[in-house]
Structures are given as C-alpha cells and as structure tokens.
Design a protein around this ligand. Structure first.
Ligand code: ATP
Length: 260
C-alpha cells in the first residue's frame, strides 16, 4: 500500500438520514496527507453531519476509509484510537487545570488519573513539542480557564497532536477570534497539515482564501464544487448558492461568501 493510501481520507457514497431527511446525500471526498482541506457551504449543508459520520457520532451508510481501514460501523472510541480527532465550535478543555496538565492528560489517556495529576518534575517530550507547535509555551502553567478563546482552540489542537492524531477535523476553529489569532491559527494549521491530514469546516471565507490548499463546497448534502480556493470562487454554481443568483460578471466570483 502506498503512503498516501495508508494515510489519506477516502469517503465514498456517504449518506446520513434523520427520520427520512437526508442530511448527507451520497458524498464522495478524498483528502490526502499534507492537504489543508476546507469544507464550506451554507447553513444546513451537511458539513457537521459529515464530520459526525466520520467520527462515529452519526450513523451512516457508504464508506469512510482512513489509514487503510473502514471507519463506518466502529464505535466512537475505536475511531479515535485509529488516529482520528476533532474539535467542536466550543473548546472542550479542562478549565481548572493548567495548559500543560491538559496536554499531559490528553497524552496519557492510558495512564492512571492520579499519576496524571501529580506534579511532574519535567514535561514529557511530546507535550513540550505540542506546547511549542501551538504557541502556548509561554502559558504552560496558566489555568486553561484563563486563556483567550483563540488560545483554548490552540490548546485543543495541541491535545490532538499529543494523541498522535493523524486526521484532524476542526469545526470553525477561528469563529470569534481576533485577526491576529486568526492568522496565527492559519499558520498553525499549515504546520499541522504538513504532516497530517486536516479538514476544516469554515464559514470565514477570508480565512479560507488565505489558508486553504483545497476546498470542497457542500450544498444540500451533496458536493457542489471542489478545487483550489480560486477555482471554487470562480464556479457560478457556488456563487448562486451563496448569493442566490448567478454572477453577472466573472469578477463577482471574488466575493463568494460575502453578503450580496
Ligand atoms: N440530529 C439531527 N436530527 C435531525 N436533523 C438533523 C440532525 N443533525 C443535523 N440535522 C439536519 O441536517 C442538516 C445538516 O445539518 P449540519 O449541522 O450538518 O449542517 P452544517 O452544514 O454543519 O450547517 P452549519 O453551517 O449551520 O453548522 C440540517 O438541515 C440539520 O437541521
């Protein structure tokens, strides 16, 4: 098996229905390692449901393969053990523990709770590395509850890194961030994506244009368009979905995602 076949994400004919309503309607998606794929689309397009299906939270039919293994049908914790991790729009960190303790707990999922909480003399190397990667080394001993919204998101990404997650699925990681935090997050995602597979659900089109290496547009549970940020911006179908009408001039494509 090639390196790419081993680590890429391949979704085929994915379907998720809720009481007869089909939220994800036959999606095919291929994301290779080293890709920073943005998943965009209007509200209700099925983005979160797709990620729920990949991570075992939503029952689905079709196929989702990662690392050469089928994920559909496995329980959530087994999917996590295969190196798949996600973040939610609201960061889920332990607010009363320090940054380094949060990372330590994530890194030592198999260790006993008391061992984890005991004060350590030194920081494990993978925790140290994650602290530096996500830019939280200067805040290592701060309580996570005192971090800014953006810093909490970075901590969550760090918690995935210390678990050796190879496929990261991030739900609107820059929502509510300042411009500086957003740029720092983009740079972080690029670093992370150079060694892992990263899928980002996003509504922030400016952020997408600045940092995506490829984009998939979902609409009504289906893939509407796919390509580079420039290619999807130039796609009249994408314009129509976002603006409610086809662009009058090709240059209007520059405004995908902005209010008409
Ligand atoms: N548990 C559920 N039960 C019934 N319908 C659901 C459920 N979860 C999602 N849906 C419906 O499925 C559709 C897709 O929702 P989903 O949250 O995946 O969209 P989204 O693209 O992530 O939207 P947003 O950008 O607003 O988060 C919506 O119509 C939603 O109401």
């Amino acid at each position: 098996m090639t390196e790419e076949a081993l680590h890429g994400l391949t979704i085929s004919e994915l379907r998720v229905s809720f009481d007869g309503f089909t939220a994800v309607d036959g999606v095919d998606l291929r994301v290779g390692p080293g890709d920073l794929r943005f998943l965009i689309g209007p509200n209700g397009a099925g983005k979160t449901t797709l990620v729920d299906a990949v991570t075992g939270l939503a029952r689905a039919t079709g196929s989702v393969r990662f690392g050469g293994r089928e994920l559909l049908g496995r329980p959530v914790h087994r999917i996590a053990r295969l190196g798949i991790g996600r973040t939610f729009q609201t960061a889920t960190v332990f607010e009363n523990l320090t940054v380094v303790q949060n990372l330590d707990i994530a890194a030592g999922a198999g260790r006993r709770p008391l061992t984890l909480l005991r004060q350590r003399r030194s920081v494990p190397p993978e925790v140290d590395e994650a602290l530096t990667t996500v830019g939280l080394a200067p805040h290592a001993h701060r309580l996570a509850g005192t971090l800014s919204h953006g810093q909490k998101q970075w901590l969550e990404i760090g918690m995935l890194l210390v678990q050796n997650v190879e496929l990261l699925l991030l739900d609107e990681p820059v929502a509510g961030m300042s411009h500086e935090e957003r740029d720092a997050t983009g740079a972080l995602l690029r670093t992370v994506a150079s060694e892992r597979t990263v899928v980002v659900i996003e509504h922030d089109m400016e952020f997408m244009r600045a940092f995506a290496s490829s984009v998939t547009v979902l609409h009504a549970g289906r893939v509407l368009s796919e390509g580079s940020p420039a290619e999807v911006r130039a796609d009249p179908r994408v314009q129509e979905v976002y603006l409610g009408h086809a662009p009058e001039r090709p240059t209007a494509a520059a405004h995908v995602g902005e209010e008409p």
